[in-house]
Design a protein around this ligand. Structure first.
Ligand code: PDD
Length: 292
């Protein structure tokens, strides 16, 4: 069975699923995307991802190519054709194809739509058991990182630093030392008095869908959660660090640059939240998982 991807109205073998060379996503990174976890036959937090997609489109004045219900039909068809059981759904909407000019094309230009699925086993338990390492880098992104745009070059540069250091992620920080988030996940710390802290979703970070669910699960479990900025200095002195995201769930971090965090083993709070998140995804009801 060949892998099928959707591109602009057609379901094609993945290798033949191409976009035009004058697509603005290609020329200007003029597009938005979502990555959704598909877990044991159902999408996780589908509605939240679609709401964020609608917001990203609206902030960039890209018109919706179709209703979100129609997009859901396409996504479900790609999932079905690939017999996906666990993996990721990637969707991207670009402003469309037009002769290259920086200003927006005519409103009649149709946005491009791509939907791809990828079977992956889920976030690595092996890394979680030992805990991951992060490196740090200045946050050199633009001021609209709240939009999930495909303009990801600074994120790629940051992730490459992690790759070269055999680290799991890169924590991004502002000139004053404030940790914003990581290159493709949200950053968290647990203070010595066991308060869980993560940067507010105020525009300086991407408002992670996993982040929102983990805040809810943590509060329900009785943890104190503060949405406030924290610095690299606080992070070095933290009891625990961890990251959250669609591809990592909750991942304990035990080392930042060349320094161990606390005793260098995954923290109890991070492991507990990882277990809680895992049981949350296990119990998402397939009957309502696609509801908008
Ligand atoms: N990244 N922050 C950034 C910069 C991200 O790119 C992501 C997700 C997150 C976590 O958001 P969520 O919990 O909604 O996945 C935070 C995706 C997975 C990616 O670019 O592949």
């Amino acid at each position: 069975m060949s892998h099928i991807s959707y591109v602009n109205g057609r379901y094609l073998p993945h290798a033949a699923a191409n976009v035009h060379i004058e697509d603005r996503g290609y020329q200007f990174a003029d597009g938005v995307y979502e990555v959704i976890c598909y877990w044991k036959g159902k999408p996780i937090d589908y509605k939240g991802h679609i709401q964020r997609l609608e917001r990203s489109l609206s902030e960039l004045q890209i018109r919706q190519p179709c209703t979100m219900q129609a997009l859901t039909v396409i996504v479900r068809e790609v999932v079905a054709r690939n017999r996906l059981t666990t993996g990721h759904i990637y969707m991207q909407i670009n402003r469309g194809v037009a002769n290259r000019a920086h200003y927006f094309p005519k409103p009649s230009v149709k946005p491009s739509v791509v939907v791809v699925t990828k079977p992956v086993a889920g976030p690595s338990d092996a890394v979680a058991e030992k805990g991951g390492k992060v490196v740090t880098a200045p946050d050199i992104r633009w001021e609209r990182v709240d939009i999930k745009s495909v303009s990801l070059l600074p994120n790629c540069l940051a992730k490459q630093l992690a790759q070269e250091a055999k680290a799991f992620e890169t924590f991004l920080h502002l000139p004053d030392g404030t940790v914003t988030e990581a290159s493709a996940s949200n950053a968290w710390m647990v203070t010595p008095d066991k308060t869980i802290v993560t940067h507010p979703a105020d525009g300086a970070i991407l408002s992670g869908i996993t982040r929102a669910t983990v805040i809810k699960l943590a509060r329900e479990a009785g943890y104190k959660v503060e949405e406030r900025a924290f610095t690299l200095t606080e992070a070095f002195a933290a009891k625990e660090l961890f990251v959250t995201g669609t591809t990592s769930f909750v991942m304990p971090i035990v080392q930042m640059n060349d320094r161990m965090i606390a005793n260098g083993s995954p923290g109890t709070v991070a492991l507990d939240l990882r277990a809680r998140y895992r049981s949350y995804v296990d119990t998402v009801d397939p009957a309502t998982a696609w509801d908008l």
